[in-house]
Design a protein around this ligand. Structure first.
Ligand code: F6P
Length: 362
């Protein structure tokens, strides 16, 4: 029997996180469960003394009513907060790693939390899985703008990132044309090229460089010089690397993933030399993660949030909700027009909570 659940957000933020929190809260409250949010990953539970207004936030339908359109996360997040490996500083500047997972399991018990909805990327979900193995009831919700999780077709935040990157690339065409310049646009995505590939195609780039296919700078230069366009736009994923070369790492820090970046500047310099055409580098970086989610990501986030509660209600644990629609296929036209998909509406209106149930076929 579940009476109380907790929700947390971990890793880099992604537009749509608040939509997940909203739907999970609505769906859980409807089932009579109490909902709390843990501040900044697991920190609110582990170190509540650091939060003057409490490490846990009570989430109610009223408190989450107007958040699904907001970027960021109302709970805050961390991307170096693995409770199994907390770095602590001793006297003399010595750093040690401590496993605080027992403390955390105890804190879940003390706060009478029966289950956790963990919203995160590969790092956060690996931690969530470790807690599941320790006996905590856990359902994961995939989150990353990189869209690099194998078992879900889409993650929320990704389409927002692609849309914004496309808008930026669109804007560069006119200034690139006016100056007959090359623009090299670097986008996030870590070791995956999804954002670069799709924003590059949508934004009509001359070349798109992704981690999955190492590039030859000479081939890119030849393509630009042979093009009829007087200017060029090259979209490059931060994790792209040349044939036989390595990804460009900006910083390495203990306890967190390496930070990628700098490839656009390098490529821009090389292209200017090889083509004798002026070139500029442009890094879109965190602009792709900030701001409001587009409608698609709000809906995907809401659907994932409600589905996570549905999974817990069915007794599932140690699972992640995922979007796995069938591939695009052909259906007979007669069948397609005969089967119009209408949302059944009760009475003369439908509440958000009911609409989510309808989406999930409840
Ligand atoms: O995983 C999401 C992501 O935005 C990556 O695309 C990017 O490499 C990384 O996070 C940046 O992390 P941070 O915000 O810690 O610099």
């Amino acid at each position: 029997m579940i009476k109380k659940i907790a929700i947390n957000t971990g890793g880099g933020d992604a537009p749509g996180l608040n939509a997940v929190i909203q739907a999970a809260t609505l769906a859980a409250t409807k089932r009579g469960w109490e909902v709390v949010g843990i501040r900044e990953g697991y920190s609110g539970l582990l170190d509540p003394q650091n939060y003057p207004s409490g490490g846990l936030v009570r989430l109610t339908p009223e408190s989450v009513q107007d958040i699904s359109h907001l970027g960021g996360t109302i709970l805050g997040t961390v991307n170096k907060g693995n409770p199994f490996k907390v770095t602590e500083s001793l006297q003399g500047g010595i750093k040690v790693e401590k496993d605080r997972s027992d403390e955390l399991m105890e804190a879940f018990k003390k706060n009478q939390i029966d289950a956790l909805i963990a919203i995160g990327g590969d790092g956060s979900l690996t931690i969530a899985n470790s807690f599941y193995k320790r006996g905590l009831r856990v359902v994961g919700v995939p989150k990353t703008i990189d869209n690099d999780l194998e078992s879900t077709v889409l993650t929320f935040g990704y389409q927002t990132a692609v849309s914004f990157a496309t808008e930026c690339i669109d804007r560069l065409h006119s200034t690139a044309d006016a100056h007959r310049r090359i623009f090299v646009v670097e986008v996030m995505g870590r070791y995956a090229g999804w954002i670069a590939l799709n924003s590059g195609i949508a934004g009509r780039a001359d070349a798109i460089l992704i981690p999955e296919i190492p590039y030859s700078i000479q081939k890119v230069a030849d393509h630009i010089t042979s093009s009829k366009r007087p200017y060029a736009i090259v979209v490059v994923a931060e994790g792209a690397k040349p044939v036989g070369g390595e990804v460009m790492v900006m910083a390495r820090e203990a306890g967190r993933q390496e930070r990628l970046g700098g490839v656009a500047e390098q490529i821009s310099t090389q292209l200017q030399q090889l083509t004798a055409q002026e070139s500029r580098a442009m890094v879109l970086g965190h602009l792709l993660r900030g701001g409001s989610p587009i409608a698609f990501d709000r809906i995907l986030g809401l659907t994932f949030g409600a589905a996570a509660v549905g999974a817990l209600a069915k007794g599932e644990s140690g699972v992640m909700v995922a979007l796995q629609p069938p591939r695009i296929c052909s259906v007979p036209l007669a069948e397609a027009v005969a089967k119009m998909k209408l949302v059944p509406v009760e009475g003369d209106g439908v509440s958000t909570a009911r609409a989510l149930d309808i989406c999930l076929g409840d």
